[in-house]
Design a protein around this ligand. Structure first.
Ligand code: GLA
Length: 384
């Protein structure tokens, strides 16, 4: 994690003011992929990679946003906020400002600095980390706050409506509501959740394929549309199925032949993934780690074969982990088409596991992957 003291001094030097600093963590999803927008279940954990947001007031009515990652600053007029994004990094913070302004908050001028160490485009929710850290920062300026689930929806809207990426609720929700050493089984319909402790002897090893992933990209949209088309076929017979959350594998047996073949495959992934996610949480709560690993393996196969959301490199990263000592379970995590795999590994064997996996991957692809031994951390908060 970046050094908050260094960050404070960057902001102070630039804006000649002491910032209040907020942290928005990235996340890793243990299981439950492409189920959130189907109002199903996900099981993510917040991680110890995060975006820091430093904020201080200004008296010239300007909103000035600086990204230390991009080394770039953008200036806006607080009285004339842009109505939509401009395909620029500043869309993420400005989307949040714009959605919150739409909720009736009148923002005075402020300087906002951002610095994140969530690897960009790696499927670890660098976007949600920025949105959530920004939301807490700008709300502090107007002295407002929201319950976590409500703020998660507002940040999701920033991404859907301003940035133009049609993501679900998972990333913003876990970034706000994560808990140290826990993953969280979230019902994306009710936003109720159950905490599942990650045992002390288990490490989260995150392996970056170094293949860039983007939710704003076309594949995410296509997969979502295909799975929603399958749902529409089921709903034409069973109107009680507005989302795939409500569908069953029997529905696919009955009406799958009316679906485009790809739609049927996407729906089979989403419906079975919901079942696996709930089962995985139960197994984790019972401490049955072998069952957790089995479900993660099944989830990866379903994500790769039925959802076609993986890529050669991610499939290899999962395959190369299989016979390494200490592995409990491995799968591609996040929006797909690149990014990272998540590996649950016996803590004592995690360093050797990470090294061996990195070496195997580098030998196969001639790319040195970044492999991190992470832990589940708490949700977004203000740094004192
Ligand atoms: C991205 C989106 C999430 C979710 C995942 C896939 O991370 O932002 O809302 O849909 O992909 O599970």
């Amino acid at each position: 994690m970046h050094d908050p003291a260094a960050f404070r001094s960057i902001h102070k030097t630039r804006y000649n003011a002491e910032p209040a600093i907020f942290v928005g963590p990235g996340r890793v999803n243990l299981i439950g992929e492409h189920t959130d927008y189907a109002e199903g279940f996900v099981m993510p954990a917040a991680i110890n990679f995060a975006c820091l947001a430093g904020i201080s007031p200004r008296n010239d009515g300007k909103i000035v946003i600086y990204s230390e990652n991009y080394g770039e600053e953008r200036t806006f007029d607080s009285a004339a906020l842009p109505p939509h994004g401009s395909k620029h990094w500043s869309d993420y913070p400005m989307g949040v400002v714009s959605i919150l302004a739409g909720e009736g908050h009148k923002f005075p001028g402020f300087s906002l600095s951002l610095w994140g160490d969530v690897p960009l485009g790696s499927g670890l929710s660098s976007s949600a980390a920025i949105e959530v850290a920004t939301a807490l920062a700008v709300l502090s300026v107007v002295g407002a706050s929201y319950p976590g689930p409500v703020l998660a929806r507002l940040c999701q809207r920033a991404e859907n409506e301003f940035v133009g990426a049609n993501c679900g609720i998972m990333d913003q929700f876990i970034s706000l509501n994560g808990k140290e050493n826990h993953s969280l089984l979230l019902d994306c319909r009710s936003l109720e959740f159950k905490l599942a402790p990650i045992p002390d002897h288990v490490a989260l090893v995150i392996a970056n394929t170094m293949v860039k992933h983007s939710v704003a990209g076309g594949d995410y949209k296509t997969r979502r549309a295909e799975s929603e088309a399958a749902c529409a076929v089921i709903a034409s017979h069973r109107p009680g199925v507005p989302f795939l959350r409500d569908a069953t594998l029997e529905d696919l047996d009955k009406w799958g032949h009316e679906m485009a073949p790809k739609s049927l495959m996407r729906a089979r992934h989403v419906i079975s993934e919901n079942l696996r996610t709930v089962a995985c949480c139960d197994a984790l709560l019972r401490g049955e780690m072998a069952e957790v690993g089995r479900l993660m393996a099944e989830a990866h196969t379903s994500y790769s074969k039925d959802f076609e959301g993986s890529c050669v490199e991610a499939d290899a990263m999962v395959a190369l982990a299989q016979d390494l000592p200490g592995l409990i379970g491995a799968r591609l995590t996040g929006g797909g088409f690149g990014g990272c795999t998540v590996n649950l590994v016996e803590q004592a064997q995690a360093p050797a596991f990470a090294e061996a996996l990195g070496a195997r991957y580098a030998a196969q692809f001639n790319i040195v992957p970044e492999i991190h031994i992470c832990h589940a951390s708490g949700g977004a908060h203000r740094l004192e």
